[in-house]
Design a binder for this molecule. Structure first.
Ligand SMILES: C[S@@+](CC[C@H](N)C(=O)[O-])C[C@H]1O[C@@H](n2cnc3c(N)ncnc32)[C@H](O)[C@@H]1O
Length: 212
């Protein structure tokens, strides 16, 4: 298990309950256990959820938990959370395994669903897509096609006129980090305290150094 301790950063922080950090409010939390009230502040969502049952189970293992849900159950629960928040702008990072079913679920809820090509970890072979679902008309597509997820997140935090951005699966917190850097509010939940602690450390250090 040592491999997934993320340098024990979590031991520096009290990871219990609701945590206020920088411009944000976050919680170690499984979205199957309801949605914290503070998440409803979000008028924009960016979420990079697990993309398959195997991937979901790996994240539970890293959190020292056991996954009992199949992927459809997880996807349905994620969209229930989205329905509770009703963001004006919904951004979802997807992979080959969940792209089409996520696009279909977005189309059930939003008038416009745009799909941008992207990559992760700045590697051109790491292919993913960013879905943007919205009900307002765009004059032109956002200038994010073909850019890495991290650059997309930074662009969103700087260019979308949101009051608060939310992420149900924060991981190590790119969304929180860049929103905080842009001086804008963020909220988020994350299953694994060891991963979420990295966001606290990055914000406290005002740097991603050591976490890239
Ligand atoms: C692909 S990662 C997100 C990476 C993130 N964008 C970042 O900046 O690190 C997906 C995250 O979802 C979390 N997760 C998985 N199941 C969850 C659940 N039921 N509730 C909340 N978070 C969950 C995992 O622990 C993992 O950190």
């Amino acid at each position: 298990m040592k491999k997934w301790n993320y340098n024990d950063v979590y031991k520096k922080y009290d990871m219990n309950g609701v945590i206020n950090i920088g411009k944000g409010t976050v919680k170690v939390h499984d979205i199957f256990n309801g949605l914290p009230e503070f998440m409803k502040q979000a008028d924009c969502i960016f979420c990079d959820p697990p993309c398959s049952r195997g991937n979901l189970s790996t994240f539970y293992t890293k959190a020292e938990l056991t996954n009992t849900n199949d992927y459809l159950h997880f996807q349905n629960r994620l969209f229930e959370c989205i329905d509770e928040v009703k963001p004006i702008d919904l951004f979802l990072e997807v992979f080959k395994s969940n792209k089409e079913s996520f696009i279909a679920d977005c189309r059930k809820r939003y008038k416009y669903v745009d799909v941008y090509e992207s990559t992760y970890y700045f590697k051109e072979n790491n292919v993913c897509w960013i879905i943007h679902a919205h009900n307002y008309e765009l004059k032109e597509p956002f200038p994010i096609n073909g850019t890495d997820e991290e650059d997309v997140i930074e662009w969103i935090t700087q260019n979308i006129d949101y009051k608060c951005i939310g992420d149900f699966c924060m991981g190590r917190g790119l969304v929180g980090y860049y929103s905080n850097k842009a001086g804008k509010h963020f909220v988020g939940t994350e299953l694994n305290k060891k991963r979420l602690a990295i966001l606290l450390d990055m914000i406290n250090n005002n740097s991603m150094k050591g976490y890239h």
